[in-house]
Design a protein around this ligand. Structure first.
Ligand code: SF4
Ligand code: SF4
Length: 281
């Protein structure tokens, strides 16, 4: 069972919710932090990292002694990672998605592939929770291959919780696709509503069932609630603003360690999600 936690924008408390959920479920959980550009779930879960694996993608290397500067490689590259000049082929490895198209289609066989490291996957444990996250190298922009590498560790026999990156772009889609359910975390502000609408659009396209948590539910207006009512979107929980939660967050202390009442609330939410996934009425 795979449950992802996403949010149309950053700063909504997505990671807090993901870690509370993981720590509230008794069964052994596998936690995947797919927010590889800024992974921070480890701050709260404090795993002991036992294994680390460098992740690379293949990028083109041009043999100019074979190249006739026909321009085919630049034509086939959908990501503008190659430019063919009169007597030189320029490569832009940071734009390359490692698809292999250019080397496959080069008529002169002038392109070979070399590995470029983009980041690392780290695996560890925190009590009975298995923890896996990716860390993208500084300056690197190609997060989807690293997210795929993190997701290769998914064990379908466990309850898998995925902390997705914020937003609605490719890394988010890569993180949440294949999930049985997605929890969208938002806040009751105009920005929160706008980004929630975008995230809902993505989930509907991916045919993933979802529900909403309204975090800091008492700080804004009721437009998020009204939107969810209109669209028949289940609101899984309202979490009012709580200074104590903010303080615990700033100290990297898991909320459920100090505020035990959240364990019951999250366990109850998990059983409702489980019933939805297993289609139990
Ligand atoms: S496709 Fe091959 S031969 Fe043509 S410009 Fe690119 S590297 Fe050179
Ligand atoms: S491997 Fe794919 S993305 Fe990279 S340069 Fe070649 S065609 Fe472009």
């Amino acid at each position: 069972m795979i449950i992802s936690i996403a949010s149309g924008k950053g700063g909504t408390g997505k990671t807090t919710i993901a870690t509370i959920l993981a720590l509230s479920i008794d069964n052994s959980v596998q936690f995947l932090d797919c927010d590889v550009e800024e992974p921070n779930a480890h701050i709260f879960l404090k795993p002991e990292i036992k294994q680390s694996k460098a992740i690379s993608i293949p990028v083109p290397k041009i043999d100019h002694s074979k190249c006739n500067f026909c321009g085919r490689c630049a034509e086939v590259c959908a990501y503008n990672a190659l430019a063919v000049l009169k007597d030189k082929v320029l490569t832009f490895p940071h734009l390359c998605h490692g698809c292999g198209g250019c080397s496959l289609l080069c008529p002169q066989r002038a392109i070979t592939e070399v590995n470029k490291e983009i980041g690392v996957v780290e695996i560890g444990n925190s009590a009975n929770l298995q923890f896996i996250h990716g860390r993208l190298n500084i300056g690197e922009v190609m997060s989807p291959p690293l997210i795929r590498a993190v997701k290769e560790y998914i064990n379908p026999t466990r309850i898998v919780i995925i902390d997705a990156p914020p937003g609605t772009s490719c890394p988010v889609i890569e993180s949440i696709k294949g999930s049985n359910f997605c929890i969208l975390v938002t806040e009751p502000t105009p920005f929160g509503l706008n980004d929630l609408i975008l995230a809902v659009g993505v989930l509907e396209k991916l045919h993933i069932s979802y529900g909403v948590i309204v975090n800091r539910s008492d700080i804004g207006d009721d437009k998020v609630d009204l939107y969810c009512q209109r669209k028949n979107i289940p609101i899984l929980m309202h979490i009012p603003f709580d200074k104590e939660i903010a303080l615990l967050y700033s100290r990297g202390i898991p909320i459920v360690k100090e505020k035990k009442e959240y364990i019951d609330k999250f366990q109850d939410m998990f059983s409702r999600i489980k019933k939805k996934i297993l289609k139990i009425s």
